[in-house]
Design a binder for this molecule. Structure first.
Ligand code: PHE
Length: 488
């Protein structure tokens, strides 16, 4: 007995009053206190707690209407013997007539007969009888409205099918007295005052000598508090911004809708490249074309056809200028950097962007049709491949990846090209691509020094950092997951 606090004793008595079992919310005690006392009593074996998932229902707007006006089939048949379907439709409107007739027919309350070229509804004997009675559906709707869910499964299903009710699941928690708990109560519970806060008055008066002290309990139950915080993707983007800002980069932005010219042609991606396929890229209807400076198109056309003055042989096909003006949703943020370079051909430059790109992917646990890329370039005299690897390594290290590796790769716009992989769960995961822009890309815009470029996936990295197996989780807005996620 001594080991019970006043709150625990109070809870035991309340449970007794409720017949030995109650939902925490039903008890005449603050919920926080109930849960605190209950968890202690549980650890002492005096109470048990159970959680049950129960189904409850609520009326939809349609259900409310049925309850107020009666079931449509009943209203239809009231005082009716026979009527043409046309007449009924005119009176009730098409939709309502279809519902009323449909259900009356299904219940065997009427027959539909054809006379000449007209169809008639004829009320059956059963119909006449039933219309006068309260229907099980109506009775059920009343019960549900009152919060009573003891209703025949079949009726529930009919009401669900009629979209008259909606299901809600609720976790019902209850606390109950165990045999040991009952025994303690039977032995008699005395609630005596305890000192929980020592004040100068209590000390001065000497009262403390006569009273019991409340033990300080660091493990006491307390409700969790979830303060507002930024979405993990926003936090991550902020962190990446900070890293690039710290190593001297400036952020640039672009737009979702771009031309094929900037998204692909300027990057020396051949016009028959599979990535350009309708299957892979979202092309726009409005606008379906974006005007490009003629001189620029002509120059890039030559680069593709024969290499122009870049020293390359080009792709050796006939460039389609109309193709270049097609509008699309940008498929990578490399379009931001080539645009930036075209307008700022003087070195040096260190810029980055973190933005959304679009690809025609089916959504599954590792693919999204919209995702983000972390793009960047270093444009300066004597920039080289080692610097590129150094920057990427530094970036991933700062993001918390210790082991990274580079593998040779291919992009039409870089040479050499590489792929970056990080080590995660005993596997190497590819996170992005990088390389040095080819002369076919840089020279047409008067860019003469080496440009180190990279494009890295954000969502895949986020999955790793947040420990997710499903990329969709990032955009599900699952409030529980978001609340319990530690700050990055
Ligand atoms: N644009 C490439 C992609 O989307 C990545 C990349 C950017 C590769 C820059 C090389 C240079 O995968």
């Amino acid at each position: 007995m001594e080991i019970l606090s006043p709150l625990e004793k109070q809870l035991l008595l309340l449970l007794e009053k409720h017949g030995g079992k109650a939902e925490p919310e039903q008890l005449e005690m603050e919920l926080v206190k109930v849960m605190n006392a209950a968890s202690w009593l549980q650890s002492k074996g005096l109470v048990g707690m159970e959680e049950k998932l129960i189904k409850e229902y609520e009326l939809t707007e349609e259900g409310e209407r049925f309850l107020k006006e009666g079931l449509p089939e009943k209203n239809l048949l009231k005082g009716l013997k026979k009527a043409s379907l046309e007449e009924i439709e005119n009176k009730l409107g098409r939709k309502e007539a279809a519902i009323a007739i449909g259900w009356a027919k299904r219940k065997g309350w009427c027959d539909i007969v054809k006379e000449g070229d007209k169809k008639y509804l004829v009320v059956t004997e059963k119909g006449k009888e039933e219309v006068a009675k309260e229907q099980a559906e109506e009775e059920a709707l009343e019960k549900i409205k009152e919060g009573n869910f003891e209703i025949d499964e079949e009726i529930i299903n009919v009401l669900k099918r009629r979209e008259a009710i909606r299901e809600k699941e609720r976790v019902k928690r209850s606390i109950f007295l165990t045999e040991k708990g009952w025994n303690v109560i039977k032995a008699g519970i005395k609630i005596e005052e305890e000192i929980s806060q020592l004040t100068p008055e209590i000390i001065k008066s000497g009262e403390w000598k006569k009273k019991k002290f409340r033990k300080y309990d660091v493990k006491a139950f307390a409700p969790s508090i979830y303060p507002g915080k930024l979405h993990p993707m926003t936090q991550l983007i902020e962190k990446i911004r900070k890293i690039f800002a710290e190593i001297g980069f400036k952020e640039i932005r672009g737009s979702y809708v771009e031309s094929c010219f900037w998204n692909m042609d300027a990057l020396f991606i051949p016009q028959d490249h599979p990535a350009r396929d309708m299957q892979d890229t979202f092309y726009c209807k409005k606008p379906d074309r974006i005007k490009i400076d003629r001189k620029l198109i002509e120059k890039i056309a030559k680069v593709h056809e024969n290499g122009w003055k870049t020293g390359s042989k080009g792709w050796g096909y006939k460039f389609d200028e109309r193709e270049a003006e097609k509008a699309l949703l940008r498929t990578h943020t490399t379009v931001n950097t080539i645009r930036y370079l075209a307008h700022n051909p003087e070195p040096p430059a260190k810029v980055f962007s973190i933005e959304r790109v679009f690809r025609r992917e089916n959504i599954d646990s590792t693919h999204l049709p919209e995702f983000h890329q972390i793009e960047g370039i270093v444009y300066e005299k004597d920039a080289n491949f080692c610097m590129l690897k150094g920057i990427l390594k530094e970036f991933y290290n700062r993001m918390g990846f210790e082991k990274i590796r580079f593998r040779p790769s291919y992009f039409p716009y870089t040479e050499p090209s590489l792929e970056i992989e990080v080590r995660w769960q005993r596997k190497w995961i590819e996170l992005g691509g990088a390389g040095i822009f080819r002369p076919e890309v840089t020279l047409p815009f008067g860019i003469e020094e080496p440009v180190l470029a990279w494009g890295l996936g954000l969502e895949r990295m986020a999955m790793i950092l947040l420990g997710l197996n499903d990329i969709r989780m990032l955009y599900f807005s699952d409030i529980n997951w978001l609340r319990n996620l530690p700050l990055l």
